[in-house]
Write a protein that binds this ligand. Structure first.
Ligand code: ADP
Ligand code: TYD
Length: 223
């Protein structure tokens, strides 16, 4: 199955932790279903049974020793599995796929955040995903303070078994500042694909801004 044969619509959601991606993806999927366009919803890292195992290694707070290069390769391992097993087959069936994070996350967190070279990420993307690029990327922008506050509140609301810090929660504020600046740079670089949306304020209002950004692409797909 060639990547170039794919049709469908590939929408990704990006943003800092707690930017509202899961909340808004859920609302978008419901809206799409109500309009007669059911979508496949998936997540990175994770999304497949094997990807979920990789995700556990990546987020395990005990894995302080995880080397930056190993981390990078694990994100792409999860993604390669998801692309081959789930995303590409759905796109080839002309479906809509919505993915929580994709290679822009790796550029923002590993390249801009950790300082790993963008050419390395681009080369790994080529190996893991071929020429698969999102058609549309919803970038939910929030400030750092909002991100930290929401992540804290969310952890507090989780039950005892799933509560607690993940490995990524331990990063410094400076790291997340670089990640956010990275996202802003990526958005400026590809204004046609990136739809930056203010992720603060009323949930329904954000959802309607996202719908305005997505709807024109959806009308085209089954034409
Ligand atoms: P992400 O998937 O980007 O980490 P979530 O959708 O899980 O973000 O949201 C993180 C937390 O913030 C959740 O507790 C969620 O209920 C809350 N939240 C999401 N959107 C908003 C919003 N617009 N205003 C206030 N709280 C929000
Ligand atoms: P997740 O729970 O999916 O994110 P969120 O907190 O936004 O709901 O956790 C994934 C974490 O992994 C998040 O901190 C971002 C990070 N990440 C990377 O560093 N690189 C990547 O390529 C991806 C996909 C995620």
């Amino acid at each position: 199955m060639s990547m170039t044969e794919r049709r469908g619509l590939f929408i990704t959601f990006e943003g800092l932790d707690g930017s509202g991606k899961s909340t808004q993806m859920d609302l978008l999927a419901r809206r799409l279903a109500a309009e007669g366009h059911p979508a496949l919803v998936t997540v990175e890292p994770g999304g497949t049974r094997i990807g979920a195992q990789i995700r556990r290694i990546l987020l395990d707070a005990e894995n302080h020793a995880l080397a930056h290069t190993a981390e990078l390769l694990l994100y792409f391992a999860s993604r390669a599995q998801n692309v081959e097993e789930t995303i590409l087959p759905a796109l080839c069936r002309n479906e809509i796929v919505i993915c929580d994070r994709f290679t822009d996350s790796t550029l923002a967190y590993q390249s801009f955040g950790r300082g790993l070279g963008e050419p390395v990420v681009a080369a790994l993307h080529r190996i893991a995903c071929g020429d698969l690029t999102p058609d549309l990327t919803v970038f939910l922008d929030i400030d750092l303070e909002t991100s930290l506050r929401r992540a804290r509140d969310r952890n507090r609301n989780l039950d005892a078994a799933s509560a607690g810090q993940t490995r990524m929660d331990e990063q410094s504020a400076a790291f997340y500042e670089r990640v956010r600046d990275g996202y802003l740079t990526l958005a400026r670089r590809e204004p046609g694909r990136f739809r930056p949306i203010d992720g603060r304020g009323d949930i329904e209002r954000i959802a309607s801004r996202i719908w305005q950004a997505v709807e024109p692409a959806v009308s085209g797909i089954h034409a």
